[in-house]
Design a protein around this ligand. Structure first.
Ligand code: 4AD
Ligand code: MG
Length: 475
């Protein structure tokens, strides 16, 4: 049977015979001769209005059915789908029969029509998708994933699946969840040393993608990543999804930035402004949202508006200038060459200096992982840098990061040593360079941060169905 979205679509031909609708009661209004209930099945934002006429004795079945409906109850209703004479909906269901499949005690049901505190809903994340906001976020998530898959397909990329269990810590940031060790609490001795080497949940698919890009040329994946990130911020989860792409024969950072810009503009155009076919859920999520902020996203999506680029050197110069002009009161952390950009710096660059998305390129090598391609010494007078970028956007900060990868065997071997890593652990990775090494590069983009940006959702904990962060793993 069609979903409610399909039933309400103008292209759906209303059948002359009764139809069946399944869903949950979203609201109910009882009057003397007639009752109205809105039924949702989560497929679209508004739900289907259903009408129970009980004006006379012969319709007492409708009355007793309507009396059994409560918010949240699961129902199956059948009747005639017809054009609605009322305002607010195009079609409605004239109920002829039905049943309550699952009752719901309104005294106990935690989901209310009025908006509930964010923290309360996090505790009830198994029911959070029953709220308008929770359901709209999940539909947005689905649509953005589909949009990205379409974009990558058009660009000739091959979708791949990389391992979740891995023996590498790609980023070298010490945020890996270790899954097997001698001290494993698993009582079965065979399992406690299941793998013969330290094993982790992946923090990034990048290294595996590189292996595939140096044979399939263009690959990408949308995969879960895990980080034991102790800080409690609105941008970090312990389990999040990353869109990662890797492709061969790109040999300059601008090539990477232009690709990321193209993919993000495609997302923005599908969500904002004229011709946006996915604006419906954005509408729900932005309810009461700021017009200017929305206009800026529409603007950023325009083909002819090239996003800003600036080097890390320039970024530090601008930040320092601003810091001096405000006598050091602007930032908690003083911007200095060689130090990482703090979230406050990233937001200032995107929100105040550029007033839009900005690619910051060529960071100091000392701030970045071993695999980034080193720049020539003339790139910065301050010290060694690498051919990389971070994409910073207003309200979020870092949305994506990427780089050219070091394809020169001697440089890479030296970088592994310099980062204090064991060469033996990277033999396979070095072989990618030894055997037909190719210039290549790629990037990773936090999928929840993208949803947060497009949906104006304050915290990434509301951008995934069942969030996990330090100290919290319900269900
Ligand atoms: O900057 P990151 O750590 O880069 C990498 O992992 C590279 N190996 C990616 C690549 O080049 N293939 O992470 C990439 C993006 C960040 O820009 C951020 O959007 C997101 O992943 N991210 C997180 N999102 C939610 N929670 C976390 N704990 C995140 N850590 C990173
Ligand atoms: Mg990064």
């Amino acid at each position: 049977p069609p979903t409610i979205r399909q039933l309400l679509s103008p292209s759906h031909v209303v059948p002359p015979t009764p139809i069946e609708v399944n869903g949950w009661v979203k609201s109910i209004r009882r009057q003397k001769n007639v009752s109205f209930a809105v039924i949702t099945d989560g497929s679209e934002r508004k739900g289907l209005q259903t009408v129970f006429v009980h004006a006379n004795e012969s319709e007492s079945g409708n009355l007793s059915l309507a009396k059994r409906l409560t918010n949240g109850a699961c129902v199956r209703l059948s009747g005639q789908l017809c054009d609605s004479p009322g305002k607010g909906q195009v079609r409605e269901l004239r109920v002829e029969a039905g049943d309550v499949l699952g009752e719901c005690d309104p005294e106990e049901y935690p989901i209310q029509k009025q908006s509930l505190p964010v923290e309360y809903l996090r505790d009830k994340c198994h029911l959070r998708a029953r709220t308008d906001h929770g359901a709209a976020m999940l539909r947005l998530r689905d649509r953005l994933a589909g949009q990205l898959h379409g974009f990558f397909k058009d660009q000739g990329f091959i979708s791949t699946n990389t391992p979740i269990l891995t023996s590498n810590d790609c980023e070298g940031a010490g945020e890996t969840f270790r899954i097997s060790s001698l001290s494993s609490p698993i009582p079965d001795p065979r399992l406690s040393e299941f793998f013969t080497q330290p094993s982790y949940l992946t923090v990034s698919s990048q290294l595996h993608l590189e292996a595939l890009a140096t044979s399939l040329s263009r690959v990408y994946t949308l995969s879960p990543c895990f980080r034991a990130e102790p800080s409690q911020t609105s941008r970090h989860l312990a389990e999040f999804w990353m869109l990662e792409a890797e492709w061969a024969f790109v040999d300059n950072v601008e090539g990477l930035c232009a690709f990321v810009e193209g993919s993000m503009k495609d997302i923005l155009r599908s969500s904002f402004g004229p011709g946006a076919d996915g604006g419906e859920d954005v509408e729900v999520l932005w309810k009461g949202g700021d017009e200017a902020r929305r206009g800026a996203l529409e603007e950023a999506g325009k083909e002819d508006k090239k996003w800003e680029r600036m080097s890390y050197d320039e970024a530090i110069k601008e930040l320092s200038k601003h810091n001096e002009q405000t006598s050091g009161r602007s930032f908690q952390f003083k911007p200095e060459w060689g130090k990482g950009l703090q979230s406050e710096h990233e937001k200032w660059l995107a929100e105040h200096l550029v007033k839009g998305p900005v690619f910051v390129t060529d960071y100091p090598a000392s701030l970045k992982p071993f695999y980034m391609r080193s720049n020539s010494s003339s790139c910065s007078p301050h010290g060694p840098t690498v051919a990389c970028f971070d994409l910073l956007v207003p309200h979020i900060g870092e949305l994506a990061g990427g780089s050219l990868r070091e394809e020169r065997l001697t440089h890479l071997t030296a970088a592994i040593e310099k980062h204090g890593l064991k060469k033996e652990d990277y033999e396979w990775y070095l072989e990618l360079r030894k055997f037909g090494g190719a210039p290549h590069g790629g990037f990773g983009l936090g999928f929840e941060r993208l949803i947060s940006w497009v949906g104006a959702i304050e915290n990434v904990r509301e951008c995934i169905a069942m969030p996990r962060w330090a100290g919290r793993m319900l269900l």
